[in-house]
Write a protein that binds this ligand. Sequence first.
Ligand code: NAP
Length: 491
Amino acid sequence: MNSAAHEQRLLESVPTGLLIDGKWQESITGGRFSVNDPATGTTLATVADASAADAAAALDAAAAVQQEWAATSPRLRGDILRRGFEAVHARADDFALLMTLEMGKALAESHAEVNYGAEFLRWFSEEAVRVGGRYTTSPDGGSRLLVTKRPVGPALLITPWNFPLAMATRKVGPAIAAGCTMILKPADLTPLTSLLLAQVLLDSGLPPGVLNVIPTTSAAQTTEGLFRDPRLRKLSFTGSTGVGQKLLQQASTTVLRTSMELGGNAPFLVFADADIEAAVEGAVAAKLRNIGQACTAANRFLVHEDVADGFATKLADRFAAKMLGRGTDDGVEIGPLIDERSREKVRSLVDDALGRGATALAGGAVVPGAGYFYQPTVLTGVPADARVLTEEIFGPVAPIVTFRTTEEAIKEANRTPFGLAAYAYTRDLDRVIRLSERLETGMLGINTGIISNPAAPFGGVKQSGLGREGGFEGIDEYLETVYVGIAQPAS
Ligand code: NAP
C-alpha cells in the first residue's frame, strides 16, 4: 500500500468518539473538533468534543466498575496488558504513522516511541503480579502488623501532546496493573493515538468502564467538576508546571493522590575530559529528539571552556545537516513544531538571546512556508540573563555557555526552579559521584543523551513534579497502603 493510501485507511479506522463505559459515543453536546497535521495545517480527522456532562458520565462508568475491577486477579490484569503490548506491536506501522501525522515527528522517531510506549504495557503486565506487602510482629510482641496494598480507585489521567502513545501507556499501564479504573484526557492536539490505544486495549479484553477516554477542547471546564466529586481518588498529570500548579490546587478539594510530571530545564554538562565526539552525538539526541519538544530535552549546554569551541562547531555542523520536512517523507529527520504558538515562543527566545549579544552558529530563524518549522539552532555567547537559559525552550535550539570549574558548573546547572533531567559527559568517576549527589535533578544521564527507560523511575524534583512513573515505583502511584493491626496476646 502506498503511503497516501495507508494514511487514508488508517485515519478511517481510528475511532473518533468518546469512549465511555466501553461504548464509542458522541459528546452530549454533539460537538466535534478538528485534529490537524502540523506539517501542513490540513485537517486529519474530527473528534467528539467532551463536555463536563460527558466527563461526569465517564466518572459514573469508572466508579461503577471500580470494585469489580479491583477484585480481578493480578494475573488477569497482567494478561490484558501483555495482549495490549503485543497488539500495539502488531499495529506498529499504524501507531507510528498516526503519531507522525498528528504530532509531526519523523517516522523513525515515531517507531521508536511505539517501542518505548508499548514497553510500559509489558513492564506493568509483569509488575501486576509483584505487588507485595508485609507481616511482622510489633516490637512489644503484643500484635501482628499486616501491611497490604490496594488500588487507590478511579483515576483521572491527563496527558500532553508531545509523546502521544508513551505518555498514555505510562499511566494507563500501571493503573490497569494496580486495579484502578480511569478516565484518560489526552491533549486536544493529539487525541487520535489515545483513541486507537483504547480500541486496542478493549480488543485485548479490557472490560467496559475500566478505561474511559474524553478528548476535549475545553480541558478546564470539562474536568473541573471531577475534582469536586469524592468518587475520583487520583490525578496523574503530565504537562506544564503552570497547569500542574492549578491542578494541584483543585486536587486539594478532595485531597486527591497526585502524580505530577511537569516541565524541565535540563542542563547538559560537557567536561574537559569528555569524549567530545560522543558528547556531540549525545547532544544531538538530547536536543533534537522529538524536535526538542521533550520535558527531558537538554535546555542548556554547559561546556568546559577548553573544549567549548570544538564542541560548538561540531554540534552546529550536525544541526545544519538535518533534513526538515513532513515526518512521513523519506530522509526527513526533523518535523515541524506542534503549532504556531510553540514556534512563536521558540522564535522569541532565540531573538531575545541574539538581541543580548548571542551568536547563531547554526539556524536562528523560522522556516517560511506551510507548517510550523524552525531551523535547528546552536547559540554561543549566550549571556546568563537570556530567557533561553531560564525558560523551557521546547524546540530545536541549543544555547551553549562555558564554565571553568566543576563547582561553577554545578551551581549553574542548579540555577533553575526545575529539576527533571540532567546530562553529563565525563570519564572521571569521582566527578560522576559528586554530580549524582549535588545536581538537583530527578534523573541524571552519564555519557548518554537519552535517559527514559520503562524499567527506571521517571520523574523530577523541585517544580518538575511529584511522584515517579515507570520502574518499580510506577505502580505504587496507583496503590494505597493499608495497615491492619491484629491483637495477639502472648500464649
Ligand atoms: P499543558 O498545556 O500543561 O497541557 C497538558 C495537558 O493538560 C493537556 O492534556 C491539556 O489539555 C491539559 N490541560 C491544560 N489545562 C488544563 C486545565 N486547566 N485542567 C485540566 N487539564 C488541562 O502542557 P503541553 O503543552 O501539552 O505539554 C508540554 C509540557 O509538558 C512541557 O512543559 C513539558 O515539559 C511537559 N511534559 C512533562 C513530562 C514529564 O514527564 N515531566 C513529559 C512530557 C511533557 P489540552 O492540550 O487539550 O488543552
